[in-house]
Design a protein around this ligand. Structure first.
Ligand SMILES: *Cc1c(COP(=O)(O)O)cnc(C)c1O
Length: 402
């Protein structure tokens, strides 16, 4: 690499400071290349990636199946508009419907957009079947995205306060407490929307019967259950969809993140009864474009054909075993939580930021999900050796704190 290019690279971070709106608090690393569960920075330093593009790169970086689908489709048809039929979106819809409990699909480009669609669909249902009910009950500590309406749905003050007044029609109640949902339900309620496991809220796993209780309550009241599986879906928690582990079926489900294994795609799924959009009531210019749909189809097929969810369960259990051993060694570890490869370590004090930086130095990328918790969301294809390596680095970093 030429000297000129290298010296330019060293300035990326400075340039970013000048050019970008200050929304992201980034770590001092510029990533330029990835392969499997590894990434490399501009100086050539290698990292084991347990952030995985934020629970996105299901098959790791630059998986040959992804690269092939992307490059082949790029030479065929990239974007066509939804005024016309295109093939990859129908194939992807067919597979999603075949492998889920839902009947119909709408494609968009991100998680927030999928949730927006879910909320609009639930409101249409309320208008048509529930006497105009429009309120949606969501949980505190949830995360549903960054659009104005999704900020209102997201039950966290830090996301809401800067934007008050917020769109109305959202009631935030305590997570993992069915009584708060019952108390908040009124004749205006059209749906309950929750994450099966809260991701951004800190990897919070509810009691086994929480979702079942919500399902029963929704049935009793005739309102819809919307599951935000944007982070938990597509094998992340050890089944293709997390709802399978909790013994419930949603009426509406939002997907994104891992669905495209790196390409931006969101999807909204609903059962027939709840699929009440009429032509023109919802839409997206880029949604369902052949490029991302073909790539997502290749990723999803690979995940299903290679029984990746089952492997996630196994390697996740192995990882939890190692984390539990660390917990036994270090008093400042309070808790190991999560399912599959959506895991977190909770600490007795706010040390996560310093741990992230120490791991970074040792070549391990991890996420500070809370001031007192680290989150692990590696590619679903990691091996026990990768886990051993990560555990080794965590052990070293924790030892230095003693
Ligand atoms: C990431 C996430 C979103 C938002 O997805 P974007 O693609 O960033 O809009 C919504 N819900 C959950 C559960 C998420 O984890």
């Amino acid at each position: 690499m030429g000297q000129q290019l290298l010296s330019k690279m060293e300035n990326w971070q400075e340039l970013e400071q000048k050019l970008f709106m200050r929304t992201a608090k980034r770590l001092p690393v510029t990533l330029v290349r990835g392969q499997g569960a590894r990434v490399w920075d501009a100086e050539g330093k290698e990292y084991l990636d347990f952030v995985g593009g934020w629970a996105v790169n299901s098959l790791g970086h630059c998986h040959p199946v992804i690269v092939r689908a992307l490059t082949e489709q790029a030479q065929l048809l990239i974007q066509a508009s939804n005024q016309f039929y295109t093939v990859p979106q129908v194939q992807l819809a067919e597979l999603l419907v075949a492998k889920s409990c839902l009947d119909r699909v709408f494609f968009c480009n991100s998680g927030a957009e999928a949730n927006e669609g879910a909320v609009k669909l639930a409101r249409r249902y309320g208008k048509l079947h529930l006497g105009g009910a429009y309120e949606i009950i969501t949980a505190r500590e949830s995360f549903h995205g960054r659009t104005l309406a999704m900020v209102a749905a997201t039950g966290q003050d830090k996301f809401q306060e800067p934007y008050i007044p917020l769109p109305n029609g959202f009631v935030n109640v305590n997570y993992n407490d069915i009584e708060t949902i019952k108390a908040a339900t009124s004749t205006q309620t059209c749906a309950v929307m929750v994450e099966p496991i809260q991701g951004e809220g800190g990897v919070n796993v509810p009691d086994d019967n929480y979702l079942k209780k919500i399902r029963a309550w929704c049935n009793e009241k005739g309102i819809l259950l919307v599951l935000d599986e944007i982070q938990t879906g597509i094998g992340r928690t050890g089944t293709l969809f997390a709802y399978e582990q909790f013994g419930v079926e949603p009426d509406i489900m939002a997907l994104a993140k891992g669905l495209g294994s790196g390409v931006p795609i969101g999807a909204l799924l609903a059962e027939e009864r709840a699929s009440v959009f009429a032509p023109g009531e919802h839409g997206s210019t880029f949604g369902g474009n052949p490029l991302v749909c073909m790539t997502s189809l290749a990723a999803l097929k690979f995940i299903i054909d290679n029984e990746i969810p089952e492997k996630v369960r196994q390697v996740g259990q192995y990882f939890v075993g190692g984390l539990e051993k660390l917990k036994a060694r270090f008093e400042f570890i309070a808790e190991v939580r999560g399912r599959g490869l959506l895991l977190a370590l909770g600490f007795t004090s706010d040390i996560a930021e310093e741990l992230v930086l120490a791991c970074l130095e040792k070549g391990l990328l991890v996420n500070q999900v809370k001031p007192n918790a680290l989150r692990f969301m590696p590619p679903l294809i990691i091996t026990e050796r990768d886990v051993d390596e990560a555990l080794g680095i965590l052990g070293e970093v924790f030892s230095r704190r003693l």
